[in-house]
Ligand binder design. Sequence first.
Ligand code: SF4
Ligand code: SF4
Length: 230
Amino acid sequence: MEEITFKVAPESKVKKKPSFLKPWLSLKYLFKKPVTIKIPYESIEPAEGYRGFHTLDWNKCVGCNFCGQICPARAIEMTWIEVDGKMEKRPHPKIDYGRCTFCQFCVEVCPPGALGFVESYMLTTEWNEEELQLFDWVPIHPDKFKEIQETYRDWRFPVEKIKFDKETKEVTYYLRNGEEFKFKILGYGIRPPKPPAKPTVKAEEKAQAKPEEKTQTKKPELDAESEKAD
Ligand code: SF4
Ligand code: SF4
């Protein structure tokens, strides 16, 4: 095998032009307008078709989990939801923006076209616990998202706050236009959550029998006390 030799120019041959002026040239940037923007106080118009936040038409979503399967970042979790006391017939994708890379593979693969995206891209928080819930959400209808964007024209996330009650599992979305949207999380996964087990007849009998047993065991003590009193 032929040996390859590399020639490296010696240090003495590298021309160095010392300049006292060059370091001072950077001072001109002090008087130029910065190219960065002050998020969240400033925003810029995104390019057409910019891959921003997701939207979801809950009526169209068939709960197939194709979106969850293709997601390279494992950011999608299928979620069973109850709205106005009624369980949704299919699970819907919940997206974790802590993981999502905005590749939009999930949107491309969605067979009924239920999952979509808008150009809004700004999600900033002050890192308190309530605001962090914003990073994990079941997207809302595209029309609602667009309506909010038309009102504010600032490309920000349409939800101001998400409240999650750990005990009741109730989620409240406080939309930026003052509307509230409530639903309950019943479970996760592609299979429907199991309803809470009804007490069996035997268990019921046992439960009824227990208080009697207790009274029976207490009886001799009571008898002994009454004898003492006599
Ligand atoms: S959003 Fe689309 S791909 Fe995902 S579960 Fe619903 S229908 Fe299937
Ligand atoms: S945009 Fe990409 S990373 Fe984000 S949820 Fe969809 S598939 Fe996953």
